[in-house]
Ligand binder design. Structure first.
Ligand SMILES: Nc1nc2c(c(=O)[nH]1)N[C@H]1C(S)=C(S)[C@@H](COP(=O)(O)OP(=O)(O)OC[C@H]3O[C@@H](n4cnc5c(N)ncnc54)[C@H](O)[C@@H]3O)O[C@H]1N2
Ligand code: MOO
Length: 391
């Protein structure tokens, strides 16, 4: 059994494959990872720009200025001001080269072609210098950036219409278990509804991975082998759920061995998700996630997410980690390292009730996992804990 960090390290070391690169139009590139540095071809702003509605002045000897014209946003005017002269100007308009400052209109008094400024006048007020945000030739965004909405807006403001990104990996789900009944059917005694397939498809879709297929197999060796082989041959990543523990009807380990998947690790010192398996065959990586739904989801966020990000070329692969005070005392069950469903609030983090790996109810309320290292004793209110923010 290996520890959490060793498991993460082995996944990183073995998942060396990178998905193909494609040129993509800007809004559609949302959520994809940049395959190259983006170099700005513009100064932004491209000209000295007014940040306020008001008056651009060439500073004179007193507070009175004669208004010689008007420049609005979109105009292409460069009026020449003498000392003591002003132009009416609006937010976003080009500031004349001869103007020293822009005074917002709330600070002036108007009087028939003249203005007087209340208070002292300083140079360079309310002017966005040319190239203040970025200069032509500078790196606007680095290779490996996962594009958020703000990035798309930023790239659009620099005039880009397309970017080169890595394609999203394809994911196959192989759902195992005799006890599972598809949604929409009656639930006979002894059975439960299959929910891992729906959950993982939804979570992957939420993260932008839309190329997801799913197949269900019974607890039986030959069918499990066939389903795994087919999934491995046709996808970048395979996620199996269930059948990876030590029971007589747990066939996933035997099937993986039979189809010659190279085992990288099996079993991690953690709760939930002890029976986690990771292996590879050629460029395809495979995780066998524990069948218990909350254990499967927890392992997805901690182990599968970083590999998905890595093979699409992201420079940041793990979910964001922060340290926060706990808002209520907590006594851990057992002394294994554990990932606990938690909710980050304004003043700290709360570990939720309902931590069983069979329960998803508390995961729906959670927005984070708290990681407690091995042998953590009682934690008291205000003590800092490690928090992993979940999407
Ligand atoms: N003797 C031991 N027994 C178990 C151990 C152990 O170390 N020694 N580990 C336990 C832990 S921890 C876990 S986690 C489970 C993992 O077992 P499997 O990965 O083989 O999963 P299953 O036995 O197939 O299922 C576990 C549980 O989850 C339900 N399940 C499975 N698939 C689905 C699905 N698609 N949708 C909804 N629910 C699902 C299943 O019915 C079981 O209740 O092993 C423990 N046992
Ligand atoms: O490790 Mo299991 O995932 O606790 O239930």
């Amino acid at each position: 059994m290996i520890d959490v960090n060793k498991a993460l390290e082995l996944i990183e070391k073995n998942g060396t494959f990178l998905t193909a690169v494609q040129e993509m139009a800007l809004p559609q590139a949302l959520g994809f990872v940049l395959a190259e540095d983006i170099i700005s071809t513009l100064d932004m702003p491209p000209f000295r720009q007014s940040a306020m509605d008001g008056y651009a002045l060439r500073i004179g000897k007193n507070n009175s200025y004669s208004v010689i014209g008007e420049i609005k946003a979109g105009d292409n005017k460069n009026l020449s001001l003498k000392m003591g002269e002003a132009v009416r100007i609006f937010t976003g308009a080009p500031v004349p080269d001869s103007a020293d400052t822009v005074i917002m209109q709330e600070k002036i008094i108007q009087d028939q072609g003249y203005i007087s400024v209340e208070g002292s006048i300083e140079a360079d007020l309310n002017i966005r210098p040319k190239g203040e945000q970025i200069h032509r030739g500078e790196i606007a965004l680095k290779k490996g950036t996962t594009l958020k909405g703000a990035h798309i807006g930023y790239l659009a403001s620099l005039g880009f219409t397309t970017v080169k990104v890595h394609l999203k990996p394809s994911v196959a789900l192989v759902i195992t278990g005799n006890e599972l009944v598809p949604l929409g059917q009656l639930l006979p005694q002894g059975k439960i509804y299959e929910s891992n397939g729906a959950m993982l498809t939804a979570v992957l879709t939420e993260l932008g991975y839309k190329n997801v297929s799913s197949v269900s197999v019974k607890d039986e060796l030959e069918n499990t082998k066939g389903a795994l082989l087919n999934a491995m041959e046709t996808h970048d990543i395979v996620l199996v759920t269930g059948g990876i523990s030590v029971g007589d009807y747990d066939y996933v380990g035997k099937a993986l061995k039979a189809i010659k998947v190279e085992k990288v690790f099996y079993k991690v010192k953690q709760k939930p998700g002890k029976p986690l398996y990771f292996g590879k065959k050629e460029s395809t990586s495979i995780f066998a996630l524990p069948g218990n739904p909350a254990a499967a989801l927890s392992c997805f966020y901690i182990y599968v997410f970083p590999l998905l990000k890595q093979i699409e070329g992201a420079s940041v692969t793990q979910l964001e980690r922060i340290t926060m005070p706990i808002i209520k005392d907590y006594i851990p069950k057992g002394n294994q390292p554990q990932f606990l469903k938690a909710r980050v609030l304004a003043d700290g983090v709360e570990i939720l009730s309902g931590q069983s790996s069979a329960m998803l109810r508390s995961f729906g309320v959670a927005n984070a996992l708290v990681f407690l290292p091995e042998n953590t004793g009682q934690i008291t209110q205000g003590e800092p804990v490690k928090v992993i923010l979940t999407p």
